[in-house]
Design a protein around this ligand. Structure first.
Ligand code: ADP
Ligand code: MG
Ligand code: ZN
Length: 207
């Protein structure tokens, strides 16, 4: 059996079930007798300072940390070492997260990271692209688009709403909020006023 561990990345928009899936993976690992440890960034204070919570009410205790380095410090302080390290809201961590995860994989740990692959502008979010590139396994989840409600479950992007209207492209990348500030939307329904037009960029390339 390989002495190396593995990296599993769970991504998708808000409400797609990332936290739920992360907690499920941890739960299954525990049934198999594995030691687990959960982490979340301090920036995410929506529900509880010490829990990872899903929008449908499932929660698990997690260490709240400020940096990726802090994850390593806590993991290294444990005896025996955890088998599975689960990290939620990966997009909010500093740029050290991929290296921290890969180091733990090198040490034989199974690392599971859940996070938004794209921000409200529809652009890659934080360290998630790097984590996705390095992952051994990737799950991309989708949600129900709250505008067209297509039953095929087509939402792939987080729609930021400010007082009910789509947020402008220049709005800050990080704005913590729940259902009052975000909803899941499909590509057809996603709106970002002020976003540079892709067809304009393409026309420039083709000239
Ligand atoms: P995430 O971590 O991706 O934001 P959660 O795991 O916290 O997602 O929550 C997933 C749950 O959210 C679903 O099981 C469902 O009960 C609920 N939910 C709320 N809005 C939606 C939506 N638009 N599409 C799918 N599930 C939704
Ligand atoms: Mg979540
Ligand atoms: Zn839609």
């Amino acid at each position: 059996m390989s002495k190396k561990g593995s990296l599993f990345v769970i991504c998708g928009p808000m409400f797609s079930g990332k936290s739920r899936e992360l907690i499920r993976v941890v739960h299954i690992a525990e049934i198999a007798g594995q030691r687990t440890l959960l982490f979340k960034p301090r920036i995410d204070t929506r529900y509880s300072h010490s829990d990872i919570s899903s929008h449908d009410g499932i929660h698990r205790h997690a260490y709240t940390v400020d940096t990726a380095r802090e994850i390593l410090t806590i993991v290294l302080s444990m005896t025996p070492q955890p088998d599975v390290i689960a990290i939620d809201e990966g997009q909010f961590f500093d740029a050290g997260l991929p290296d921290a995860c890969l180091w733990m994989v090198d040490q034989g740990r199974r690392v599971v990271v859940a996070g938004l692959d794209r921000n409200f502008r529809g652009e890659p979010f934080g360290s998630m692209p790097e984590l996705l590139a390095c992952a051994d396994e990737v799950t991309k989840l989708r949600a129900v688009c709250m505008r067209c409600k297509d039953p095929r479950v087509t939402a792939v992007l987080p729609q930021r709403l400010i007082d009910g209207s789509p947020a402008h492209y220049d709005s800050p990348e990080v704005m913590v909020g729940g259902a009052e500030a975000y909803e899941a939307r499909c590509l057809d329904c996603h709106e970002v006023p002020g976003k540079p037009d892709v067809s304009g960029v393409l026309q420039g390339m083709l000239m």
